[in-house]
Design a protein around this ligand. Structure first.
Ligand SMILES: [Zn+2]
Length: 213
């Protein structure tokens, strides 16, 4: 198949990374024929890819990309390089807008950073909005209602799918979101979702978003 690549002894750097085929769960070896998913950059055995009709991710990826060392380089970056790279891509409000863009995505995964930063922006935005509303219109019932409406229209809608995606990322069903309707428990769960790291590799909801770039 196109983009198929046969691993050789020259690809020791690749073996050193410890990848395994997501279907057979066997580590790759010299002589293996591999393809790389264009969407999640996960390497697969050609036989697994063909057997599965595409990538092992449940979000069906069917495109491949030529095997290239640079595809896997990012995962080798140390912490400081990783932070530098993240900062280059960052702009104020990024995670907030990203959450809105993915508002109907109830099937994927989201990182701790996406979740935590979204909540932080909501907090900052909420305070700022309340502050200006009170300055311009005074602290009255009308302002409280306007604030509540803005909150319901701007900050709340993307939270549902984002929470579901964060639950997926740590390996739980999205139905866990039901717990968020219990007061106090929801605060603890929210904190947990900010702290708990995602599962490595591919799980039922796709590849680890932190490892894809
Ligand atoms: Zn894929």
């Amino acid at each position: 198949m196109p983009d198929e690549y046969t691993l050789t002894a020259y690809d020791q750097w690749f073996f050193d990374k410890g990848y395994q085929d997501p279907i057979t769960l066997e580590p790759f070896r010299g002589g293996d024929n591999v393809v790389v998913c264009a969407d999640c950059k996960m390497p697969h055995l050609v036989s697994s890819w063909e057997y599965n009709g595409g990538c092992a991710s449940p979000v069906k990826h069917t495109r491949t990309i030529p095997f290239n060392r640079s595809l896997f380089e990012r995962r080798r970056l140390n912490v400081t390089d990783r932070i530098r790279q993240e900062l280059q891509e960052w702009y104020f409000g990024k995670e907030f807008f990203d959450a809105w863009k993915r508002i109907f995505d109830f099937k994927g995964r989201s990182r701790r950073k996406d979740y935590g930063m979204f909540l932080l922006y909501s907090l900052i935005g909420g305070f700022a909005m309340r502050f200006f509303l009170i300055i311009f219109f005074g602290n009255n019932e009308g302002v409280k209602i306007i604030y509540l409406i803005i909150h319901l229209l701007v900050f709340l809608p993307p939270q549902y799918s984002l929470t579901v995606r964060r639950l997926h990322d740590i390996g739980h069903s999205g139905w866990g979101i039901i717990i968020f309707f219990i007061p106090l428990i929801n605060c603890m769960l929210s904190l947990y979702l900010m702290i708990r790291g995602g599962q490595h590799g591919i799980n039922r909801w796709g590849a680890n978003p932190k490892e894809i770039h």
